[in-house]
Design a protein around this ligand. Structure first.
Ligand SMILES: [Zn+2]
Length: 437
């Protein structure tokens, strides 16, 4: 235990000296509650008895989390310490920490704390150790800001519709998830009026966008909570199995997921359940590795896809270029293409939009030419809108419509249902029903 030391400090505002209990070593392995205090800006919080100015004391601080093997040294910039004084301060704090760790538990990382110069960077590094990146926090803040803007528009239906159109891409499934959680937290905190407005907003948005607010209360693809997902991951006996589960459910491992996991680790530590704390901590380390690998692989795929798209765009004969490269066209390419179309649309670059849409049409045609005849027929059928149209298409391909073809349709319908492609599933089922009549 590292008890806070009573220290003489001076008010930065009125220079009045007073005594404050100051933490200079935070070891969350021993005192997990200090982590939350630090992240909330309540650690070493001073309040001047004379002028009531409050603020966090700028003081050197060593932060240690044995669970994630994280050792950070904060040397506040405003102290203006010289290089050698910084090193001396960090050295003496590290020695004090080492002295309390049994020799057999001392590890290499304890010799080299990562130095940061602001409290904000310290908090970022701590969260990063929990799997929460600054990008995730920024994305979450952006969504919360959007929610506030939308709530302000709640009584203006026309204004709300316009805003929804402008932010179409952001108002997705994850958006509804966060909105639902935000409403629940607001209610818990006792602000029933605001919670009511948030729920009203959710219902209105759900009507406008067609995304169901009711579905959004629980994570996809199966309706399980983050806690249940953590338990399920813990139950999988090996890393390969977990890696597979994570690959399928990558979007579920978001900010709240890692936050929930971290809270579970902390409560296990507080409850003295070391075994569970260790299991959860190992799980977190492994999940961070797996998601990192997945994200890197996805980025690499996207980078290759963008390069391919550029090659095609710059080719003198685009159709020929596509035919020559059709083997390289994969899902990542289509994702890159769609992203480029919407970016060009937003920037009102109509020529680019048109060129990209042409590429899309050619790619689709060439891909279809390369398909086996049964799949080509399925694609044709999916594009039909009426029973008459379908009848015509089927009439022209009677030789293909065998019992095996129906089995294929059924298998495809099941696949698309698993991938939550509701519209495709509906169309496939309609085709099957009509075939069976
Ligand atoms: Zn003061």
């Amino acid at each position: 235990m590292f008890a806070p030391q009573p220290t003489q400090v001076k008010c930065p505002q009125c220079q009045q000296p007073f005594t404050l209990s100051v933490h200079t070593i935070v070891d969350v392995g021993q005192q997990p509650e200090l982590k939350e205090q630090l992240l909330r800006g309540q650690l070493n919080l001073m309040s001047c008895p004379s002028c009531q100015t409050t603020g966090v004391l700028a003081t050197p601080l060593l932060y240690h989390d044995p669970g994630t093997e994280l050792l950070l040294a904060l040397v506040p910039m405003q102290l203006g310490l010289k290089m050698e004084d910084q090193e001396r301060t960090i050295g003496s704090l590290t020695n004090a920490l080492m002295a309390q760790i049994p020799p057999e538990q001392r590890k290499g990382y304890l010799l080299q704390p990562k130095t940061v110069f602001t409290l904000e960077t310290l908090a970022q590094e701590i969260l990063r150790g929990d799997g929460i990146t600054p990008e995730m926090i920024e994305a979450q803040n952006r969504t919360l800001r959007l929610i506030e803007e939308l709530v302000a528009m709640l009584d203006d239906d026309e204004g709300l519709s316009t805003m929804v159109k402008e932010h179409q891409e952001e108002i997705n499934y994850e958006f509804f998830l966060l909105l639902t959680q935000y409403a629940a937290i607001t209610k818990q905190e006792g602000d029933h009026e605001k919670a009511g407005r948030l729920i009203l907003l959710r219902d209105k948005l759900s009507t406008i966008t067609g995304i169901s607010g009711a579905d959004a209360g629980t994570p996809q693809p199966e309706t399980i909570t983050r806690e249940e997902f953590i338990t399920r991951l813990l139950d999988i006996p090996n890393r390969a199995g977990r890696a597979q589960e994570v690959a399928v459910n990558r979007p579920q491992l978001d900010y709240e997921f890692f936050q929930t996991l971290t809270h579970q680790i902390e409560s296990a530590q507080t409850a003295g359940d070391t075994e569970r704390a260790t299991r959860l901590t190992n799980l977190r380390t492994e999940l961070l590795e797996i998601t990192d690998e997945l994200d890197k692989a996805a980025q690499e795929e996207l980078r290759k896809a963008s390069a391919l798209l550029l090659e095609i765009l710059q080719a003198p004969d685009r159709e020929q270029a596509i035919r020559e490269r059709i083997e390289q066209v994969d899902e990542a390419f289509l994702v890159a293409l769609a992203a480029n179309v919407s970016a060009a649309e937003n920037q009102k670059q109509e020529e680019v939009v048109q060129a990209l849409q042409e590429i899309y049409t050619v790619v689709m045609n060439v891909m279809e030419e390369n398909l086996p005849p049964e799949l080509r027929l399925v694609n044709q059928l999916i594009r039909t809108e009426t029973t008459e149209e379908r009848r015509e298409v089927l009439q022209a391909h009677q030789d293909i419509v065998t019992p095996e073809f129906k089995e294929l349709l059924d298998a495809l319908a099941q696949d698309s249902e698993e991938q939550q492609q509701t519209e495709v599933t509906r169309r496939l089922r309609t085709i099957l029903e009509e075939l069976n009549q």
